[in-house]
Each structure stands twice: as C-alpha cells, then as structure tokens.
Ligand binder design. Sequence first.
Ligand code: DLL
Length: 432
Amino acid sequence: MIWNGDFETLPRAGMEKLQTERLGKLVDNLYRRVPFYRKKMDEKGVKPHNIQSIKDIQKLPFTTKDEMREVYPYGLLAVDMHEIVEIHTSSGTTGKPVVDAYTAGDIEVWSEVMARTLSTGGTTKHDIVQNAYGYGLFTGGLGVHYGARKIGATVIPISGGNTKRQLAILKDFKTTVLACTPSYSLFLAEGAKEEKFDMSALGIKAGFFGAEPWSDTMRKEIQDKLHLLAIDIYGLTEIIGPGVASECEHQDGLHVFEDHFYPEIIDPQTGRVLPDGEKGELVITTLTKEGTPVLRYRTRDVTYLERSACPCGRTSVRMHRLLGRTDDMLIIRGVNVFPSQIEQVILAVDGVEPHYQLVVERRDQLDELEVQVEMDEKLFSDEIRNLETIERKIESDLYGALNIHTRVKLVEPKSIARSEGKAKRIIDKRKI
Ligand code: DLL
C-alpha cells in the first residue's frame, strides 16, 4: 500500500527537480543562519550559488557525529528556539549526545514519512499498532506513534519492556501490527512459547523492525515464529529518527524517502562518491528539515544503492538492508568482518537459537574471535559429542564465509542477556 503516490512514485526527472529546488533552499538558509555550516562551506570554498543542481551536492562538506557533538546542545539550530516544539537526542553512550530539534513542520514531515513506512506493510486506520519501541528521548517510540496517528490507526503506546504485559496486550487488545527491535520480537516469541500461547492464532499481520542490525535469516526466524510479515525500517536520530527508508512487501531493499532525505554512498577512506551497486558508507542530507538540518551526514552505516524498478510501483532509490557499520566492523587478524555476516551463517544451522554474542580478545598479539551461540532446548538435552560436531560445523561454515578461524561455543538456552531495545552483540576486550 502506497501512502503518498504523488511523491513515492514520482518519475526520476521530477524527483531530481524537486531535490534540486530543495537543496538550493537548504544551502542558502544554512549559509545565512548557521555559523557551523557557513564556516564549513567557507573552508571548502563553496558558496550557495555554486549549488545549481542536486548533482552539485558533491561540492558540499561532510558532517560527522563528532562535529555535531562539539556544538552541543544548540549549535546546529537553523530557526529561533521558540519555533522548536520537540527535542530528541542520540543515546550519548560514547560522549555528548547529538541533539535533534524539531519544528512543528518537522513533526509533520516525520508523521508523513512514518505513515509511508507503516503503509508499506499494509497498516490502515483499521489496525491496532502495538508500539514496543522505547518512548522518550529515543526516536523509535514517538516516530512510530506519529506515523500511526497520521494513518488514523489505534496506537498502543506500551513502550519497551515488560514482556508479560506485552503478551497479554497482544492477545487481549487484538493487536494487528507490532513495532519493536527485531531482537525484542524474538524475545516476545520466546515468552509466548513459555506461556504456551500460540502466536499464529493472534492475527498480527505485520511487524516493523529496525534500530539495530539484523539479517535475512533472522527475518525468516521472526516471520516463522511470530507469523507476520517482517518489514525492515531504517532511520537515525541525527536525520529524523525512523522514517528515512523502509522496505515494501517485496522485502527487496529499503525505499528511501528521497524527497526528504538524499542518500549517497561514499568510500569511507577517501570520501569519493561511489556508483550505484557499490558498497560503502551511507551519507544523508536532510532536504526539508527546518530545526536542525544536516548536510551530508556520514552515518557510518554500510550499504549500497539500487535503482531497478520495484514491483510495488515506488520509483525511489532503494538501499540494501544494512551490511554493517564502519565502526562495528571487526578487524580480526586483518580481515574485515561484520556481525551480520556471522549471524547469517550461524542462524542457518539447525539446533541453535538466534541469540549470540561475539567476544574478541587478543592473545599473544593475535586476535581471537569467540562466537557464543545459544543452542535450542532439544539440542541442549542431547549428548556432548553432538554439540562438538555442531560447533566444528559452524566454525567450518564461518571459515568458508569469512576466511578466518573462529572458536564457536554453544551455550545453554537463555544464557545470553536479552535486551528490550537494541541488542548488544559485541564484546571487544581488545579496547579495555
Ligand atoms: O535507531 C532510529 C530507529 C528507531 C530506526 C526505530 C528504526 C526503528 P538511533 O538510535 O540514532 O536511531 O540509531 C541509529 O541504528 O545508524 C544504524 O546503525 C542502526 N539502525 C537503525 N535502523 C536499522 C536497521 C534509531 N533497519 C542507528 N537495520 C543507525 C540495521 C539499523 N541497523
């Protein structure tokens, strides 16, 4: 289902014209009103009149998370403070948070792009949306909330956590749409199994999962266990929150809402813009944001762009589901490894659960990667020798996929900590 055909199916020439107009206005405004961007543009020797077409975006400077932190809290504001109606921030676990300040117009755009997102999985005003993303400064909760309200659906703002209550509400309130992190959806499925209630009888038609990396294998697992269509949704605080891109029912790449967010892929080392189909770092420019607009934000997320026609009828460029992050990329004995590659391999093996953790250590100057994976209950009761066979098989599959030796350890069911929000998969002891 397409929420806004005018924009989502706009032919390429029309989209580029719109993007050109919007970029021109944005750059003019930023140069006049935000000293942070004026300085960056001056340093790069680019003036607003140099930006005549969307292709000229490559002349503009990049913006990094660290730079945004340096001007905390209000250095990126492009409007007067009294025009700001809401503020969200990134988690700030690794330093000062990044502040995203929204005008009323920004909240309207956010509601619109989230209405588009929820419509991809067929959400209508007749649906009951259980929103288990965290409410608060995190953008997941309110982002989904605004989109569901825009569509006119019923929102249950339950927020994250309290699994027993989530399950009771899923059942009693006849939830038809679920929104939460992919790892939390599996935790819900686990809880349902313990309480012996049948997820397939619930009638949840779609789930909107994002905010953390997950693989196609994990999607299959979620769809099988929760009996729903699992849609991958993408976004980040610095840009708007969720609502930057979403899969459609064909689950073949995420449609970028490029009338608002302009995507580019660059080589993270050189900053060179890469052609469609080549993997690199995703860079996004907010074309319409008023409160805290962002020029060429380096997301550190790794993906590639694809422009082939999608059977859903949307004409937008699609980004492949995220392949990893430049900063989550583990370099094990010189080999670049993304956790999603490991997930893809381990979840294809029978007898293991989609709960795992990667522990990296350095012994005698050599990196060692231990992959801890939970076995399922059935395997747990089998004989030790079987476990070893499976461990060796996963090690060999991982070697085939990554060309590095790993140590795989099957651990007891439920021994890996569960998260109600984003899962923590990597423990890198090398930095400690
Ligand atoms: O996680 C916004 C969001 C909320 C997206 C709910 C989707 C659903 P941040 O906390 O700022 O914002 O984290 C952004 O999370 O740069 C990615 O690395 C990661 N991420 C977000 N969506 C996905 C996804 C929200 N679908 C960071 N797949 C991003 C993989 C994702 N990683």
